[in-house]
Design a binder for this molecule. Structure first.
Ligand SMILES: [Fe+2]
Ligand SMILES: [Fe+2]
Length: 227
């Protein structure tokens, strides 16, 4: 669990009045996104896709800050809904569709197609403009299988999808998907992410995640936990 409350106050004084406010959350900034999440979260309850999606939406939002010309009203809903199609795939087959050394292109295409179909229903239900819906669905239907990017919005979704794998949550999840040590999962993910990102800000973000994770796995860092 993420540590939200202090375990101590070694300083002994209340400094909270000297700290600015955190600002609205992503979902407070984009109320439509909060509504879409309510519709999507059940469909994402396969293999931690729900948490994966929240990290990727946050990463996509951060990347959007570098691209004012990119349409956040396309990127963020596409990111939020991109993996809902896994709900239509036999859950026992989901990991074999993406496992190293295995893979099933048919199932990958199926989750993209089903995702686009389900996303259309959700987006229409929330009154999203038809033109935006088509752009969102085009990104979802091809987010894994289409290796090239067709727009900056497409690039940001693809990059944020991959970057999750380098986060602590991504590595925790992938370790248990395939029975890998943290170092094995990190080695796998690093090779699959680095060199496959479309945007420079995503490459910088990857470098940041990698630095933190390499520090986490230093023998000297791990020894500190044992003291
Ligand atoms: Fe996917
Ligand atoms: Fe994904």
């Amino acid at each position: 669990m993420t540590k939200l409350e202090p375990g101590a106050n070694h300083y002994g004084h209340d400094v909270s009045s000297k700290i600015g406010s955190a600002g609205p959350s992503l979902f407070e900034q984009y109320p439509l996104l909060a509504e879409l999440w309510e519709d999507a979260k059940e469909l994402l309850g396969v293999r931690s896709n729900d948490a994966h999606t929240l990290y990727s939406v946050s990463v996509a939002h951060q990347l959007l800050g570098h691209y004012p010309q990119a349409d956040s009203h396309v990127v963020l809903p596409a990111m939020l809904l991109h993996d809902i199609g896994w709900s239509a795939v036999d859950s026992d087959l989901v990991l074999s569709a993406i496992a190293p050394g295995a893979g099933n292109a048919e199932l990958v295409l199926q989750h993209e197609k089903e995702g686009a179909r389900l996303a259309r229903q959700i987006l229409v239900g929330h009154g999203v403009a038809a033109e935006d819906i088509e752009r969102i669905l085009y990104i979802i239907d091809g987010h894994d299988s289409r290796k090239e990017s067709t727009s900056i919005e497409d690039s940001l979704v693809k990059d944020a999808d991959k970057l999750w794998r380098l986060t602590g949550h991504g590595l925790d999840t992938i370790m248990d998907w395939f029975g890998l040590t943290r170092m094995q999962a990190f080695t796998l993910v690093e090779s699959r992410v680095c060199g496959h990102l479309f945007t420079e800000p995503a490459q910088c973000m990857a470098a940041g995640f990698i630095a933190v994770e390499r520090a986490n796995m230093l023998a000297q860092r791990l020894a500190l936990e044992e003291r």
